[in-house]
Each structure stands twice: as C-alpha cells, then as structure tokens.
Design a protein. Sequence first.
Length: 392
Amino acid sequence: MEKKRKISIIGSTGSIGTQALEVIEKLSDKFEIIALAGGNNIELLEHQAKKFKPEYICYNLPSSHAGEGGISTRGTSVRNSGEGYKILHGEEGLEQICSNKENDIILVACSGKIGLKPTLKAIENGIDIALANKETLVMAGDIVMKKARENGVNIIPVDSEHCAIHQCIKDIRQVDKLIITASGGPFLHKSIDEMQKATVKEALSHPRWHMGKKITVDSATLMNKGLEIIEAHHLFGMDYENIEVVIHPQSIVHSAIEYKDGSVIAQLGLPSMHIPIQYAITYPERFEGIKSKSFSFTDAARLDFEKPDFEKFPALNLAYFAGRTGGTATVCLNAANEEAVFAFLDGKITLCKIVDIVEKMLSDHKVIKNPSIDEIFEVDREIREKTKKLFA
Ligand code: MG
C-alpha cells in the first residue's frame, strides 16, 4: 500500500476491535483511522481516540443486551470534542461514518444486529468491508451479497474460518466442498449430563479462544459453528450440501477447501485473531505486522480431527435446517438464539435449554421467503419478544 489506507472501526472497544487496533498500531505507517465507534466502554473509546487520533468517534453503539453495550441515543449533530476529533452518537453516527467515502475500508467488528444497517450503508457507498459481525450475513446474507456485487464492493471475512477459506480459494467454480473446522468448545469431551449441568463460568471457559461472552457461549453449544455455516454459504455462494464441519481441537487448521480434482488446500497458523484481522484489513497485500513468532509443525506435533456429534450439539443441525429453509428462518434462528444465550448468561435457563428454545421458535416460525430489510428487522423484533416471554 503506497498511500495510507483509510479505515473506520465499528465496535473498536470489543474483542475484535481492540485487536484490530493492535494490528494497526504495528502498521501505523499503512493506516489512517477515520472513525472509531464503541459501546458503553467510554473510557476505553476515549483512550483509543487520544492514541489513534481519528477524525470522528461515535459513542453509544446500541446493544441488545444490557451489560454488553451502551444504550442507544438518537443522533445529535456533530460536536467538537476539544481533543481534535468530532463526536457522533448512536445509529445516526454510524450512518454518517458509513456514508463517508473517505474510507477505503470499514471494519465491522460490533456484535449483534446493529452491524447490519451500517454495513449496507457502506456497501451503497462503494466502501469495502472487513466483516467480523456474524449477524450481517446470517440475517440478510442474500441482500448484503447482492448489494456488494452490484456495487463492486469486497466483503473480506475476519472470522478465522472464513478468512482461511478466502485465502485458499483461487476460483470458486473449481471448488467442490468447504471444510470448516471447529475447536469443539469446552464440552467437546464432556458427557451430555455434564453439559446439562454446566455453569455460566464453565461455558465461558473456552480452551482456545478469548472472545466476547455471547460468542463464547455459542462456541460451547456449537451454534457459533452453525452460524458460520450460514455465513460461508453466503460469502462463497456454496450449497449447504457442500459445506462440512470437522472438529479439530488444536485450532491450527483454520479451515480448508476441496477442489473438484481431489486436491485439498487448508490454511494453518497459530490460533490468534490478529492474523485474520490483519489479512482482512490489508488484503490483498501482506505485511509482517503483528506476527509474534513463526509457526512450527514440530511444535504443533499433532493435529486431530473428528466428526461432530450432532446429537450432543443439535445446534448444528438446526443451523443447516434454517440455512436450507432460507428467507427469515435464519433471522429466527439468530434472534431466538441470542435471546436464549442472554437468558443463560443471566442465570434464567440452563445451557442445553438454549438450543431447545431455538428449535421451538424455528418450528413455530412462518418463514417469509424473500424478506426486505424492514421485514427482517420486524421478524427479529417479533422473535425476540416471543423468546423473552418464555423466560417471564
Ligand atoms: Mg470463527
């Protein structure tokens, strides 16, 4: 990159956002930050603003769960901070950031449905997206990918599995199968009984990755992998029949593809989110950046693979079912799951109940085939309301 790449980060105070800033700090001669948007960790956001000197910061990213993000306030006009940056607020602030064509790329690193509208706005403005937000594709993959094609916008996945596949693919038409790896989470070799009695603390102790609470619980139920199957379907236009999940506890092989001729290409590396984040924001170039040490096959020593246990982890089948059904089925899956995960985190239900609830909501849901964005948000709202009633 000859001139500095201009970037904004939505969700800069979260797990992906803070790691992205660590990458950018290492590559400070390659990036200029236009805007940082964060949730309720105002202190951290202001600290980031002082350090990285963006043009704008945006407070109060709305969050669907109290305790994980701030409260949405409708936008007020742009204010000067007195610190050299301008201040924006809430959804309106995000819209302003994503309409700013100064951006070369926007990293969408927030969690939850709040990621969807700004992503669409950025696509409409021809701005490339580094996408870490799962809901964007799970809720509206058809619309988002179609808009991206129409506007010539690159959607570069940040999720380690999709990033791996993105790195393996030369020509998607020659690919027969996507093979998504899963670490298996904390309950991989525990009994169903132990899983049923799991405490919040046990569910949150992921053996390989440190992530936000919602995604960590999703990794314990394997719903995270289910959502990733849906994402992969949209990102790479692959039929669900040709997307396979394999358990790989070491998290060294981040995913693989099989070509028509039987060649399998996998992407390997140490389990660090810095690598896929850096790949996504520097694509198509590569730099030394934050790499801390070289990968060693002999240190890794062994790589294990096993079939997922669909009975112990029914979330996988539910995700395949919702994906194949299409339309608003995946909106229902996502909304019911998120509310159930929050209920688990709040101590209202057990871990295994999460997937039971999702199954019930899915079987009751009347699918809308080709929903508009408004219909998607309406279904999302409806499902959340109905799901919450189950805990009342
Ligand atoms: Mg992942």
